[in-house]
Design a protein around this ligand. Sequence first.
Ligand code: 4HQ
Length: 247
Amino acid sequence: MTFDIVTIFPAMVEAALQAGVVGRAIERGIIDVAVHDLREFTTDRHRSVDDVPYGGGPGMVMKPEPIFKALDRVAERRGTPLTVLLTSPQGTRLTQAVAGRLSTKEHLVLLCGRYEGVDERVRSRVDEDVSIGDYVLSGGELPALVVVDAVARFVPGVVGDDQSVAEDSFSRGLLDFPHYTRPAEIAGERVPDVLMSGNHAEIRRWRKRQSLTRTLARRPELLETASLDDEERRILAELQEGKHGRS
Ligand code: 4HQ
């Protein structure tokens, strides 16, 4: 799978892509990510990527020509079909399900908006707007990186065996259970005995109960769509009857 990120801050995006799971996947050639400096597609002396809004008002608008040229270049290099995403607060909210759907595309292009946004005519080249949440950011670079990270994790081989995508709490629609590592006690707080018991069936049940308890307390709406197995349904029923305490 390939990703092309069109931005006026290529250094910011490139730095982030070198870290962690995504950085390793790029090194190994499992995904290919190219970052395109929008200014390279300008033709004027000042390399302008923005201009004043028609109709007046505050702020600047991203000029369409450099964006069209950048998209033409990406299409030339990658071939078709290209899926062009614009990061915008008006977009489809990114969820684990949306990330999974986007991971079925061969070539994703992420257009990072800055200023007040892009000239509306850029839309003719955009397949979908994507939002990472309801808050205002100063540019689309962080959202683009979020999309690449969440989508790339669905590409086979990107996430190592020991991590496992299927067992990711969110893939199952539940919040994660608590994690502990050594030491067994710190600042008077002990690791729960069950985790040191070596009883793997009981550990699995404890983790399920923890996930369900947290989800019920913090994100009860997730339970409406979560895919629960028989044991989880039983534990949830118990929790809802108020049995077995609070945690
Ligand atoms: N912006 N999710 C302004 C966002 C955003 C978000 C992106 C702000 C682009 C021009 N994008 N521009 N939230 O706040 O995706």
